[in-house]
Design a binder for this molecule. Sequence first.
Ligand SMILES: Cc1cc2nc3c(=O)[nH]c(=O)nc-3n(C[C@H](O)[C@H](O)[C@H](O)COP(=O)(O)OP(=O)(O)OC[C@H]3O[C@@H](n4cnc5c(N)ncnc54)[C@H](O)[C@@H]3O)c2cc1C
Length: 201
Amino acid sequence: MNRMGEYRKPRIGVYICQCGSNIAATVDTEAVAEFASRLDGVVLTRVNKYTCSDPGQATIRKDIQEQKLDRVVIAACTPRMHEPTFRRTLESAGLNPYYLEMTNIREQVSWVHPAGEAATHKAMDLVAAAVERVHLHRALYPRKSPIEPAALVVGAGIAGIQAALDIADAGYQVYLVEREPTIGGKMAQLDKTFPTLDCAT
Ligand SMILES: Cc1cc2nc3c(=O)[nH]c(=O)nc-3n(C[C@H](O)[C@H](O)[C@H](O)COP(=O)(O)OP(=O)(O)OC[C@H]3O[C@@H](n4cnc5c(N)ncnc54)[C@H](O)[C@@H]3O)c2cc1C
């Protein structure tokens, strides 16, 4: 759906990263790209040596603008590494950054499987799932809401007491709630605790 609520078939670009030989030595990236090119909504596929490099990102920007891509799937390393990088790439090309879906064919495929057909098929499955998922993406916009900089800790056992102290030490107001008449939880019912034999209370 666009912002007017009308359905428009997405134009998805799929980028298969080789990560040097990190992925390419195990996964047949060309076969994955050929497979991806036949998936619903995919209008462009590319195999890059390093998709995260400046030239790799420049290619994505150019494709978004020239090929009118409105969704991008990147099969590469963990999103923990480069999802922010690629979101910025989309944004700099004028596309909402949340029209990106990354799938991890390095840590979840090439680094944990031997080279061969099975690894390539797993990469294909992950790419197919990412393409399905990106169809459902919506543009997201950051917004700010006023919040109360305070915390409520429920339960004043040793865990709750420690959490309350840590939050308070960080400079925030804490409300510690206990349903029993006294705090301390289980620990307060013990005499000495293993292994140090400290006085529990
Ligand atoms: C018999 C026994 C011996 C043990 N011996 C040792 C030992 O030798 N050494 C050691 O390290 N550990 C020992 N333990 C383990 C240790 O006591 C517990 O790991 C520890 O007390 C757990 O702390 P807690 O804060 O997570 O939970 P709890 O101590 O269970 O505290 C939870 C608190 O939350 C409150 N609460 C729960 N729900 C609500 C609610 N909805 N609203 C408000 N308050 C709520 C409860 O009343 C309670 O005060 C022993 C435990 C037992 C039972």
